[in-house]
Design a protein around this ligand. Structure first.
Ligand SMILES: Cc1ncc(COP(=O)(O)O)c(C=O)c1O
Length: 365
């Protein structure tokens, strides 16, 4: 059976060009980038080239890039390296929310029914002791693109720093770091391997380490660098990326035209081109994920399994969906390699799976 992947917001396949860039480093570039001998200096060169590639991609200086183990670590580093009160939103990734719970104090701003965080709500939440405002660039479940330029301005006017979690944005929407102090990105959302990411830290902004040891990454992140993964990440930053708007719209419109009682969650927000989140009345999202998997399609549901219980997504309930609506939602996220033929096949599989599951559903009449 052919298998088609429509879950690129969860993770992406490693691009062939990225594997080509990584393999020689894995094979021959084993040196420690802190060593002064030739193998060490070779590793250092590979590492610094990767840093330049990531910096070019983000439009910043290589000195402003701190390599991390991924998006979670980059988010944690930004949140916990600044003391004081933090303003964030109720639709952030757990990497932000759980880090804020360990910070001195924080205020959660509520997103609206489309999953947008309003700059005026940020303004109202800022206190005299607010040190940092952290609002994601693109939401991972809905694809909502947040007005981060305006929010950054409000943070700075109040004397606070601004961080954005750009894990779902980088490579998918233009990134302008002009007024941003910290920006997190993750390799595995960008066709690089898992376990590598970066935090942009504006020159002159303090970033206290959260991990202690050697002086790597300008003293901001101790530990021998994962040079092959950095090389892969750098190569991934140079990949050409197609605009996925037409494919996503074809998928969305195809489903809405053929499936009754299907509604796009957060449809009225500006959205990243690769994501659509649709709820299907009377369907259990988990059952739908399994039904589509059996037909060869990987998608994701609006629910997460925590401690053995299937809980509705905090993002979908934050925008006002009931528990049942959230649990009946499916996220489709496109990426490199998806084609019109795959999208049309997915539409057919969704139509058939929904019809089948609704026939079995005790709640759908
Ligand atoms: C918005 C967002 N932030 C942070 C992360 C965490 O990134 P990583 O998996 O690289 O730790 C994710 C991953 O799902 C994400 O979607």
């Amino acid at each position: 059976m052919e298998r088609y992947y429509f879950d690129h917001n969860a993770t992406t396949p490693i691009a062939p060009a990225v594997i080509d860039a990584m393999l020689p480093v894995l094979r021959d570039g084993f040196g420690n980038a802190s060593s002064i001998h030739q193998p060490g200096q070779h590793a250092k060169q590979v590492l610094e080239r990767a840093r330049r590639q990531v910096a070019n991609f983000l439009g910043c200086s290589p000195k402003e890039i701190v390599f991390t183990s991924g998006g979670t670590e980059a988010d944690n580093l930004a949140i916990l390296s600044v003391g004081g009160h933090i303003v964030t939103s109720n639709i952030e990734h757990p990497a932000i929310l759980s880090a804020c719970a360990r910070a001195e104090s924080f205020t959660l701003v509520e997103a609206d029914a489309n999953g947008l965080v309003h700059p005026s709500a940020i303004q109202d939440a800022i206190r005299p002791d607010t040190a940092l405002v952290s609002i994601m660039h693109v939401n991972n479940e809905l694809g909502a693109v947040q007005p981060i330029e305006e929010i950054a301005r409000i943070a700075h006017d109040a004397g606070a720093l601004f961080h954005s979690d750009g894990v779902q944005a980088a490579g998918r929407v233009p990134v302008n770091l002009k007024n941003i102090d910290f920006y997190s990105i993750s390799g595995h959302k960008l066709n690089a391997p898992k376990g590598i990411g970066a935090l942009f830290v504006r020159r002159g902004v303090d970033c206290l380490p959260r991990q202690f040891g050697g002086r790597q990454e300008q003293g901001r992140r101790a530990g021998t660098e994962n040079v092959p993964a950095c090389a892969a990440f750098g190569a991934a930053c140079e990949l050409a990326r197609p605009d996925l708007t037409a494919l996503r719209d074809r998928l969305e419109q195809g489903i809405l035209a053929q499936v009754p009682q299907a509604v796009v969650n957060g449809a009225n927000a500006p959205r990243v081109a690769n994501t659509t989140n649709i709820r299907f009345a009377g369907i259990e999202g988990e059952a739908m994920v399994i039904a589509l998997d059996l037909r060869g399609f990987a998608v994701s549901s609006g629910a997460a399994c925590s401690s053995g219980a299937v809980e509705p997504s905090h993002v979908l309930t934050a925008i006002g969906l009931t528990r049942e609506q959230a649990k009946s939602s499916i996220r489709f996220s496109l990426g490199l390699g998806n084609t019109v033929e795959q999208v049309d096949a997915l539409i057919g599989a969704v139509v058939a799976s929904v019809a089948h599951l609704r026939r079995l559903s005790p709640v759908y009449v």
